[in-house]
Design a protein around this ligand. Sequence first.
Ligand code: NDP
Length: 277
Amino acid sequence: MSDVPKIQLNDGVEIPQMGFGTFQIEQAVARDVTLSAIEVGYRHLDTAQMYGNERGVGAAVRESGVDRAEFFVTSKLNNSFHDHDDALEAFRRTVADLDVGYLDLFLIHWPLPNVGDYVETWKAMIEIAQSDECRSIGVSNFQRPHLERLFSETDVVPSINQIEVHPYFSQNDLRSFCADHGIAVEAWSPIAQGRVLSDQELMSVGEECGKSSAQVALRWHIQRGDIVFPKSAHPGRMAQNLDIFDFELTSDQMARVESLDRGQRIGPDPDDFNWVP
Ligand code: NDP
């Protein structure tokens, strides 16, 4: 990860711009897959209570032989724990399940605008941030009106908003709103779970650069300033995804990727998503 740039968050915490995503990595294999990612060079790991793999991810960190301080570990509050006391208890459970001492970042996974009140959940997150076990707090899948309520009803601006962003869904309005308010953007599903990889334009830019379409998409995110953590269960692809710091897209190539935006989500619309497990 020595080539991976760091971004300073609004609370002073530094986050590596590139990490490893663990969605859809089952608990049974999470330790081994995460150990492979660490061996390949990843030091920033993104998990969530919802993924059910925190114990495996944490075991990999502990067993890797790498100093804990070199890692950046993120988890997210599950949708069933939005009430104040439930949030505090769920955070304690995550600390215990990961068992890596502390979290670098804890996020509200979804706003669930029609379930409970995410402002109350955010107030619990602010308490969590005061403990020694959490360095930074943020949100995920928050739309502009959700962020505006946090601004007007609390004193703490999230350090991060983790949202769906990829070449088919570039989210430029929400990204610039976040930038205007000092919130760093993390782009989830940065290669749209593989759906952009056979795109002709990405492949043609890739040919020009001697890189794969996945690498072109990931490099585009990096040059736009977003934080990414592609997921792969295969060490070869893990290594390929990390190998994007030895080339640069020209402004013309950036524009060609930008032109692919179709406003096309692959995940749920946060305004309508109110799923509680
Ligand atoms: P990604 O966009 O990272 O794509 C992952 C898929 O692409 C997998 O099927 C993987 O297959 C394949 N893949 C990865 N690299 C390559 C490559 N170089 N060549 C070909 N195929 C490749 O999807 P994710 O949804 O996993 O998003 C990344 C992370 O974002 C998640 O793991 C999670 O941490 C986070 N996330 C957060 C959400 C939120 O609501 N906050 C929602 C969704 C994701 P294989 O494993 O077989 O290699």
